[in-house]
Design a protein around this ligand. Structure first.
Ligand code: NAP
Length: 243
């Protein structure tokens, strides 16, 4: 019997966690729509790696801050593969500074990239998910959004907003069998944290009970398995050992 492969859209799939998610979902048999914005070569490398190992993937350049670009990207995926089964809102940035020094443009870019992006994509995919009466949206939030972090007011506000969006969307979309969940990875050694000082990195790691940094592949494994669950929605999963 011919079984249609499921389709996942991952925002920010060119680097870091998004790249790892693309590889994990492909290994699980998904068709992968790999969104990127600035890192074209890196995104093409992710797609080539998937295709070379027998999977299906397409690179999609779109600035997730823009609803126009997001809508075109989602139309292109639906034209090619019919629908999107799983959406992972992973794209993110930090522009850290203490509150009195946060520039308004940095605040706006941080909110737009981490939060408005998820509104843009979720709104655009939910129509077809509602029609199909299935779908799963997973928002990559952060511990900073739960507890706040000095020097990260904009990022924390955006990631907290993502948790609010997760819960509200789960309440609205549940009757259509659409699941919406948030995942909070722990400290991952990606480009995002490369400018943090050694002592700042040590501080985050030592605030964990288990004194470990996050293994990115473990986060990808968790998100992949969560996407297959049928009876979990509106939940927030913190993946490290901070309490
Ligand atoms: P990363 O390595 O810096 O990668 C960020 C990704 O976001 C890149 O693929 C980038 O794509 C994409 N992106 C940025 N702006 C975009 C835009 N306007 N449109 C489309 N894509 C855009 O970061 P990461 O550490 O993997 O982070 C992934 C997620 O995990 C983020 O949501 C982050 O907040 C969250 N997180 C990270 C940590 C950590 O310790 N690293 C901890 C908790 C949560 P291009 O390069 O192609 O523009």
């Amino acid at each position: 019997m011919f079984v249609m492969k499921k389709v996942v859209l991952i925002t920010g799939a060119s680097r870091g966690l998004g790249r790892m998610l693309a590889l994990r979902f492909s290994a699980g048999g998904f068709r992968v729509a790999a969104n990127y914005f600035r890192s074209k070569d890196a995104a093409l490398a992710v797609v080539s790696k998937i295709v070379d190992s027998g999977g299906e993937a397409i690179p999609l350049c779109a600035d997730v801050r823009s609803s126009v670009e997001v809508n075109s990207m989602i139309d292109a995926i639906c034209e090619r593969w019919g629908l999107i089964d799983v959406l992972i809102n992973n794209a993110g940035i930090t522009k850290d500074n203490i509150l009195p020094k946060v520039k308004i443009e940095d605040w706006e870019e941080t909110i737009a990239t981490n939060l408005t992006s998820a509104f843009n994509t979720s709104r655009a995919v939910s129509e077809s998910m509602v029609k199909k009466k299935s779908g799963h949206i997973i928002n990559i939030s952060s511990w900073s959004g739960l507890k706040g972090k000095a020097g990260q007011a904009a990022y924390s506000a955006a990631k907290a907003g993502l948790i609010g969006l997760t819960k509200s969307a789960a309440l609205e979309l549940g009757e259509f069998n659409i699941q919406v969940n948030a995942v909070l990875p722990g400290f991952m050694r990606t480009d995002m944290v490369q400018n943090l000082s050694g002592s700042a990195k040590d501080k985050v790691i030592s605030s964990n009970i288990l004194k470990q940094e996050q293994d990115i592949s473990e986060v990808a494994e968790f998100v992949y398995n969560l996407s297959l669950m049928k009876n979990i929605s509106g939940q927030v999963f913190n993946l490290d050992s901070r309490v």
